[in-house]
Design a protein around this ligand. Structure first.
Ligand code: FAD
Length: 304
């Protein structure tokens, strides 16, 4: 017989941590966090590409590691049960939520979805080992003397190119529009990096394979010329998509796939709450902390 939890939180990012911070311990509840990755992994690999964390008052100028350490301490001090598992889907039966994970089944009275977003896949590139979606995942030794191609010249892609250029030999930054679409601060930093080559107006990209799982080169078509670049890694930054598939049959999503919630962060399914990037709010750590806090406040009110 499975344990019945009062609250299950799915996700281990800023929205889930905002919720944990605001849990009221005067009413001890049975709470479980389920995340398919270690706490804060997505946000860590995202912000690692900046010099510092942007837009988070007390962490402005601090290193990403400090935020992740804080999250991990929070789980320990609040004595929250935490398990790594990927939740495939959720159904509601007799006012209880049944969560089907890769490893186990879980039952809870209320659920908070804080599953964030993931980088959009580019064409069928997902099958290749040297195509990645977060530059922060590559270590210094992976990148030593290497050539990287970053696809996508918005803020995230340009920040990633700047980060990579400090660790590898050459970075190509590829954009389909006629100029990079990022903030001036990134353009200023980019102009100082001599080993970044920007290619704009790219109308077509083709892959040249080395093996079944490795890409050797990339061929770019612009109105003026065709370019072939030999490479070690491709990093894809062409936008993000919400991780909402696990609840698409039990609550309403908008056209893009964001989970629709009310002012209490409750979805169209009673007892099912959502917070953070998966709801389509401003994609920033500070917003996610607040959103998670609001959700848990109303979840506890429902229980009390
Ligand atoms: C390149 C980049 C740079 C950024 N820089 C900044 C910055 O400087 N400052 C700032 O404030 N914000 C920044 N952001 C935005 C910030 O990272 C996000 O707003 C924030 O991480 C979203 O938090 P979240 O908790 O909603 O989701 P996430 O941080 O994405 O966490 C979601 C969690 O859910 C887990 N999960 C997903 N699906 C499942 C499932 N089915 N089962 C189990 N677990 C699951 C994931 O593994 C993850 O642990 C940046 C984002 C990117 C991409």
């Amino acid at each position: 017989m499975n344990d019945i939890f009062d609250i299950i939180i799915i996700g281990g990012g800023p929205a889930a941590m905002g919720a944990i911070q605001y849990l009221d311990f005067n009413h001890p509840l049975k709470v479980l966090i389920l995340s398919d990755k270690p706490i804060g992994e997505f946000v860590y690999n995202s912000i690692k590409t900046h010099d510092t964390i942007d837009g988070l008052f007390f962490y402005e100028g601090k290193k990403p590691e400090q935020l992740i350490n804080f999250y991990n301490k929070l789980i320990i001090t609040k004595k929250i049960d935490y398990k790594i598992d990927f939740i495939k889907n959720i159904i509601k039966s007799d006012n209880l939520f049944i969560l089907k994970g890769s490893q186990s089944k879980y039952i809870s009275r209320q659920v908070l979805i804080a599953t964030g977003m993931q980088n959009k896949m580019y064409k069928s590139y997902a099958n290749y080992e040297n195509v990645l979606y977060l530059a922060g995942k590559l270590s210094k030794s992976d990148l030593n003397n290497k050539i990287c191609v970053v696809i996508g010249g918005r803020n995230s892609g340009t920040a990633a190119a700047i980060y990579l250029s400090k660790l590898c030999k050459t970075v190509y930054l590829i954009e389909q529009k006629s100029k990079l679409m990022c903030k001036q601060k990134y353009l200023d930093r980019l102009s100082l990096r001599k080993n970044i080559i920007t290619v704009v107006n790219v109308k077509d990209i083709n892959l040249i394979k080395k093996t079944k799982l490795q890409i050797k080169s990339i061929s770019l078509t612009t109105p003026e010329k065709n370019i072939i670049i030999d490479l070690d890694y491709i990093l894809v930054y062409i936008g993000l998509t919400p991780n909402s598939n696990l609840v698409n049959s039990i609550c309403k999503l908008d056209k893009i796939g964001y989970i629709i919630t009310d002012n209490h962060n409750e979805t169209s399914c009673k007892g099912l709450f959502a917070a953070g990037d998966v709801t389509g709010r401003l994609s920033q750590i500070i917003t996610c902390h607040g959103d998670g806090a609001n959700a848990i406040y109303w979840i506890q009110k429902n229980i009390n």
